[in-house]
Design a protein around this ligand. Structure first.
Ligand code: SF4
Length: 388
């Protein structure tokens, strides 16, 4: 048990005695041989460009490298630098982001680009504290930009790094309470030179060797100094507090299709869940959902329409709660006006809208040719995997 842990009365980290300390040089040598080639990564020996590092790190929050890569390439082709992104309409940014999830990130991305231009003349600050003052940049992203783009001795701790460090030191406290301890241990490992490469080396080690279920310890450059490996139960780290699932919420979605080929949509408020995204009208989502009460919130038109309940439900899981939507569909006469707060959208334009994954599922659930939005790249990749 470490002295600090004893003093704090906490569970011990790194209990194994006689283990050599993990050396940054060994990991950097491994990285020089095995680093991943990623679209946003600078060639060996060069520093990352701050705009590219920031863009990729924001996209990678809670999303996989595989899902992010095509979005990153698309964003960079469309907005090659921070000034171009700052000048773009936010709706275009949201539309290009659609399918990547966690849409607050897209709004913050745009707000941050504007702040970098307005406050810093289009150059990202090098200092972690000044980076953190920008919209959407938290401790992790600030440290990643400072280390990778500016080689500052900063220590970003993402899920991969958290896992490697928790195993290396056999951290017994459970996440999320263990996070400060893991960050402290990660900082103690960070070398003064090549901090950016070191951070990326930790990320790569976690992604390719120290993987969540089956760490390949035989291939690890730190295996002789790893307390988790010595314990014989490396994969059981990091410890986690049991998850409390959010209560199921339920609601109704209303797909109104006009006879001349338009579908009724509206834009969600810019703040909050799926802020600024396009949706078909829905009732409130609640755990005490009542279908007949929900029907009272269906869109109303000049002429009466008949809402048909479609079989089945649309399921979606947000970070904090699962959701089930029943879907009602109605055919509306051509040229009928849209109710207040909604608009008619040509079916052909649906795929160009900032339609979140939930709404893609709702629209795909509704009958009728043309009600098929372009699948998100993640959904397309899943479908391709299923078909082989
Ligand atoms: Fe992870 Fe195994 Fe390396 Fe320890 S030895 S850091 S558990 S891969």
């Amino acid at each position: 048990m470490t002295v600090a842990a004893k003093a704090a009365g906490k569970k011990a980290a790194r209990p194994a005695v006689g283990l050599p300390s993990p050396q940054p040089g060994a990991l950097l040598a491994w990285y020089d041989r095995h680093r991943r080639a990623l679209p946003w990564r600078a060639p060996p020996g060069e520093r990352g460009d701050a705009y590219r590092v920031w863009l990729s790190e924001v996209m990678l929050q809670q999303t996989t490298v595989k899902a992010v890569a095509p979005y990153y390439v698309r964003f960079l082709a469309r907005w090659p630098d921070v000034r171009a992104l700052a000048a773009a309409p936010v709706k275009e940014v949201l539309t290009t982001w659609a399918g990547l999830g966690y849409y607050a990130r897209a709004r913050n991305l745009h707000a941050c680009a504007r702040a970098v231009v307005e406050r810093h003349g289009g150059e990202f600050p090098e200092n972690e504290a000044r980076l953190r003052a920008l919209p959407g940049i938290g401790a992790y992203t600030a440290a990643a930009i400072a280390a990778i783009a500016f080689d500052a001795p900063a220590t970003p701790v993402d899920g991969n790094i958290e896992r490697v460090v928790a195993r290396l030191h056999a951290v017994e406290s459970a996440l999320p309470a263990a996070k400060p301890e893991i960050v402290r241990l990660a900082r103690a490992l960070t070398p003064a030179r090549r901090a950016g490469d070191f951070a990326q080396a930790l990320m790569d080690l976690g992604a390719t060797v120290c993987t969540p279920k089956n760490p390949a310890c035989a291939l690890c450059p730190w295996n002789d100094g790893c307390a988790g490996r010595r314990s014989g139960a490396a994969a059981s780290y990091p410890r986690r507090a049991p998850k409390r699932d959010g209560a199921l919420r339920r609601g109704a979605a209303f797909v109104a299709r006009r006879a001349d080929g338009f579908v009724l949509v509206r834009t969600r408020p810019s703040q909050g869940l799926l802020g600024g995204m396009t949706e078909v009208p829905t009732s409130a989502w609640s755990s005490d959902f009542d279908e007949s009460a929900a029907l009272k919130s269906a869109p109303r038109f000049g002429a009466p329409v008949s809402w048909r309940k479609l079989p089945g439900v649309v399921r979606h899981v947000f970070t904090h709660f699962p959701l089930e939507l029943v879907v009602f569909a109605a055919e509306v006469p051509a040229h009928e006006s849209a109710p207040a707060g909604a608009r008619w959208l040509a079916l052909a334009d649906l795929s160009g809208e900032a339609l979140p994954s939930l709404m893609r599922k709702v629209v795909a659930h509704a009958p009728g040719e043309g009600l098929r939005p372009r699948p998100s790249p993640r959904a397309a990749a899943r479908a391709a995997r299923r078909s082989v």
